[in-house]
Design a protein around this ligand. Structure first.
Ligand code: SF4
Length: 352
């Protein structure tokens, strides 16, 4: 859905009253109308015109899969130029409805354990293409169970901080009281560690959460898993995060995907604890969904031991709850499968 300003510009250009903009946004965002035909306050001729010129969603759904339990829905969206991105809705038992969204088509960062990285980068998503992923799931929740999206995570395809301006624009739309009115504190941006954007975010007035994919506690291991670590070295990254924490007083979430015999040893847990000790930080350990890429999940006992070591340093640590394993619910999977020949069943990690 275009912004209030864009719709108003359109109305002015077509010599139509500007109050129609408010009516459209009210119907779409507050009442969950998915089609202009349902917006009774609009005259019929305008409904047809707006449906053609101001589509409610800027993309089409091309594929959708649901987990057996119904708690997870994964949708593939076809953009105006035929490119594909995907979003995932996760409904938790405590009433939380989280949407994991994409910020780019593909990703150029080539993390060795990530299927999206094998696609390469195609282009950045626009503000509208990003925000509409949330609008799509919000409308689905409203119509199916009278519920709303409560949390948004930028942890799908792409590196959000390499599309900084559009990601910030989308956050403003999500937060806008005339649009989705989502609390900034319920929006998390996850980055692989783009230092200049972390510095910029420290000055952004909305209190969004920052998650950082750390995945390894030393430079050598990290750059062997994440090539971007060669451009933004670990010591530089940690210094930027300390400055960010000091300035914003916000807690940073460190994401750590648990790969068997790669980054899951007790020694590395101690190194991680030493690295981030003293910061307002939280560590989120991510069980790895195994893929054709050859890495194995660390397994429960190794993950539990890793967590215990971090906790012994008084670092709050959680293990991510994985939903929708039966539908390969991690971001990037549907789009990767759509572009490549079939291969053995696999699941891509939900990692940034
Ligand atoms: S893990 Fe994130 S940053 Fe790395 S290749 Fe995948 S999508 Fe890109």
């Amino acid at each position: 859905m275009q912004s209030m300003q864009e719709i108003q510009e359109y109305l002015r250009a077509h010599k139509l009253p500007e109050f129609r903009a408010k009516q459209i946004l009210q119907a779409v965002y507050k009442e969950g109308k998915g089609s202009y035909d349902e917006i009774a306050v609009l005259p019929k001729n305008l409904r047809e015109q707006f449906a053609r010129d101001l589509p409610i969603l800027c993309f089409e759904k091309t594929n959708e899969v649901r987990s057996k339990s119904g708690d997870t829905v994964k949708t593939l969206f076809k953009l105006h130029d035929g490119l594909l991105v995907e979003g995932v809705l996760m409904r938790f038992k405590n009433g939380r409805n989280s949407v994991c969204i994409s910020s780019q088509v593909g990703c150029g960062l080539k993390c060795t354990f990530c299927a999206t990285g094998t696609m390469g980068f195609t282009r950045n998503l626009t503000v509208e293409e990003i925000a509409d992923q949330v609008l799509y799931f919000d409308q689905m929740l409203k119509s199916e169970q009278g519920a709303r999206v409560t949390h948004v995570i930028f942890m799908g395809m792409g590196e959000p901080f390499l599309n900084y301006d559009n990601v910030i624009g989308a956050i403003r739309t999500l937060n806008d009281p005339d649009c989705l009115n989502l609390a900034a504190r319920h929006i998390t941006v996850s980055t692989s560690g783009i230092v200049p954007s972390i510095n910029k975010l420290a000055d952004f007035p909305l209190q969004v959460n920052l998650a950082v994919s750390i995945h390894a506690p030393n430079q050598e291991l990290r750059e062997s898993m994440m090539p971007i670590a060669k451009a933004y070295k670990l010591d530089q990254l940690i210094a930027a995060l300390k400055a960010y924490g000091d300035k914003t007083k916000r807690r940073i979430s460190y994401e750590y995907v648990m790969l068997y015999d790669k980054n899951d040893s007790p020694e590395l847990a101690r190194q991680l604890a030493e690295l981030i000790r003293g910061q307002r930080a939280h560590v989120n350990l991510i069980p790895y969904n195994e893929t054709y890429l050859g890495f194995k999940n660390a397994g429960k006992s190794r993950i539990d031991h890793f967590r215990e070591i971090l906790e012994s340093y008084k670092i709050p640590t959680t293990v991510r709850v994985s939903l929708g394993q039966d539908i390969s619910a991690a971001c990037g999977q549907l789009a990767v499968e759509e572009r490549k020949p079939p291969r053995p069943p696999s699941v891509v990690p939900i990692v940034q």
